[in-house]
Design a protein. Structure first.
Length: 341
């Protein structure tokens, strides 16, 4: 991926907590280990991270609690100041931006959704969603029209006058998503946005998220500790351990070709049928009439009902590239029996 195809590039980013952290880090050289840092009284939260997030990509960062994923995302938006490194957003080094410039970038270019909805309890749904535009100085009629559009987009039309206390948890999170989209961000950060929700509501919002992305094509950095959620949503996944990225790749690559024993353990329980997407198996070609059709992003497991209904082949369409093709029952059976993708 070239820099012109990337929205966000992260180079050798560190976040180290402690007194005179930047000076100690520079003095220790390019690759200090944890022992050297701890000897200086420093705590490394993010270590030497290199990432590139493509335009329109859903890039998932995952890891266990304490792995550094939330700290990294806050560094990417400079809600936390990195100790060292370079962060490029559309080619501009964010670490060279002033505080005032960063405030404007966050208001106009970035959207953020966190695990805790942080809705303003004294404002209606409409006013909560319109609030970022009010901060930007957008006049009332325009901001309310935009807010109504976003509320409809997340499926809450008719609830504009409700207050947060009158909404379910899933509805409140939808309001948070609508609010973050109101300013039409180029780059969207989501930090465990569904983890506080019941499983059924979480699945519903994952489906809603996929639907929204198919329409909006945002560049998204999404944090989760749930591998099932990651493989449903991600174009690529970065797995973190002890502040460092230990492997980055597509869900298929991580499950089929783990780079370390840690990644192997992390992905061991994931069935290949839930990870391998039809786009990886399809035989390119025109789609014959009458075949069941699924997205290239659909997994082999999601194609199961079509084969159970008697289909020998299914059509596959890749909305992003326009490619089409078919997948047959035999390819699926080979995968399920361990023949690989």
């Amino acid at each position: 991926m070239t820099s012109t195809e990337a929205t966000l590039i992260c180079r050798n980013v560190w976040k180290v907590f402690g007194t005179h952290a930047a000076e100690h880090l520079a003095a220790l050289g390019p690759a200090p280990d944890a022992g050297q840092l701890q000897a200086k009284g420093l705590v490394p939260a993010v270590r030497a991270v290199d990432l590139t997030v493509g335009r329109g990509e859903i890039f998932v960062i995952m890891g266990l609690s304490g792995s550094g994923k939330s700290t990294l995302v806050r560094c990417l938006s400079r809600l936390i100041e990195p100790t060292a490194g370079e962060i490029l957003f559309n080619g501009r080094n964010l670490l060279a931006a002033t505080d005032a410039e960063m405030t404007q970038i966050r208001r106009h270019k970035m959207g953020m959704v966190f695990q805790h909805f942080a809705l303003l309890p004294h404002l209606t749904v409409l006013d909560n969603v319109a609030f970022p535009l009010e901060v930007q100085g957008v006049e009332r009629a325009r901001r309310e029209a935009r807010a109504r559009e976003m509320i409809a987009l997340v499926g809450l039309a008719g609830r504009e006058s409700a207050y947060p206390r009158q909404l379910s948890g899933g509805q409140q999170q939808r309001v948070g998503i609508a609010r973050s989209l109101a300013g039409e961000p180029e780059l969207w950060f989501l930090d465990e946005p569904f983890s506080a929700l019941d499983p059924l509501i979480r699945r519903e919002l994952q489906d809603e998220f996929i639907r929204l992305q198919s329409r909006l094509h945002k560049t998204i950095v999404f944090i989760t500790h749930d591998f099932d959620e990651a493989i449903r949503l991600a174009d690529r996944i970065a797995i973190m351990k002890d502040g460092a990225v230990v492997q980055c790749g597509s869900p298929e690559e991580l499950v089929l070709n783990p780079a370390t024993e840690y990644v192997r353990e992390f992905t061991r329980a994931v069935p290949q049928a839930k990870v391998v997407r039809l786009g990886s198996l399809m035989e390119p070609g025109a789609l014959p009439d009458g075949l069941p059709r699924l997205s290239a992003r659909s997994t082999v497991a999601e194609a199961g009902p079509a084969f159970l209904s008697g289909a020998d082949r299914i059509g596959v369409e890749d909305a992003a590239t326009g490619r089409t093709g078919t997948v047959g029952r035999d390819e699926v059976i080979r995968l399920l029996l361990g023949g690989g993708a």
